[in-house]
Design a protein around this ligand. Sequence first.
Ligand SMILES: *Cc1c(COP(=O)(O)O)cnc(C)c1O
Length: 435
Amino acid sequence: MKLYSTNNKALRVSFKEAVFNSLPEDKGLYMPEVIPQLDPLFLRNIQQYSLQEIAFTIANTLIGADIPVNDLKKIIKDAIDFDAPVKFLAADTAVLELFHGPSYAFKDFGARFMSRVMGYFSAADDQLLDVLVATSGDTGGAVALGFLGVEGTRVTILYPKGKVSEVQELQLTTNGQNIRAIEVDGTFDDCQALVKRAFNDQELNQQLRLTSANSINIARLIPQTFYYFYAYAQLKAQGVDRVVFTVPSGNFGNIGAGLLAFKMGLPVEQFVAATNANDTVPRFLKSGHYEPKPSVQTLANAMDVGDPSNWVRIQDLFGKDIEELKKIITTYTYQDQETKAAMEQLYHSYHYIACPHTAIAWLASQAYKGEHPGQYGSVFLSTAHPCKFPDAISEEVFAKIKLPAGAEKLDAKNKEVVALAVDYDAFKHYLLNHK
Ligand SMILES: *Cc1c(COP(=O)(O)O)cnc(C)c1O
């Protein structure tokens, strides 16, 4: 697999280089030089395969010789060790649950696969790989649990003090081993700025082998295609041939992976991008003008992104042709009041407790169906378990949540965290003195 930069199509780097750099120096995004087509026979018989078998076929088709078949099989077996079931709430209402991994959010797919790929590529090196990551909640947990125990790696997570939920904080701070958590007395943007500065610090880079677990890393994108194919397989077993996927979107990495799957041959009727008040992409598709705005805080806070970093990649997939993009992507935007009402309605109509992001996806999938009655299967993506978002869910409904296995145990674990002010020198001092 060779990749170019969206800012320089003449550039070619190896998969390994793209994984460790995350971003090309020209600040574009890495894209595969060619998008390989899946064997039509595989797609026709896809309902016969397990999630791991599907994941292997897709990863192997994309990555090719960069990871030998047996090594790739091992990586997949280890990384994708949880289910992604499609559940039917009603005959025409299906949800793809992506929260059955260790951090109870879909980011586990990306983080677990990336961690093992990084571990694999750095196994031959002597120097420890230091992963730095800033999180507003979900990314950090997935990265921490994804890298936990992966040899040759160490993860340092920065999160804003008091601004993540209890489950999220416990997932960040109770791991031990090769995972360290730093609680920053500031905002997510402060955390992000500290990490960015560390990556640009020459002295630090001479002493440590730093890498990021950024959501735009190609090794996070690839595994997110797996569950689109697997959802299709599950629907195909029910006689469905084409699917409309509704994706709750923030940075547009999840839906970007779906669009990559589509380009590889997955029969998708339409992608519905559901957003909260952070509606830069919906506005762009209406007006043709890309006008990012500072993010605004909403109940669905993992989607509070004013300038979605994966959008460039999606545009690149469609040759920057806005008419082509409009043919395959429909968008809907919802405010917090609607999100709240949707969570109540899902509970009262189906006894289904959804996180706010998932509830927004459900609203959009209903809206699309209303405007486009037709012959297709419709699936909305559930990106996180509701137990991660107590502040967004009414007390009555929250009390009814069945905690996933392992969530009760979090409380009993030892919490270990380092507290820092928003102070780059203190952060650097910590990194240099805790090697
Ligand atoms: C990260 C996240 C999203 C947004 O996904 P993107 O890939 O950034 O569009 C949606 N829901 C949850 C629960 C998330 O953690």
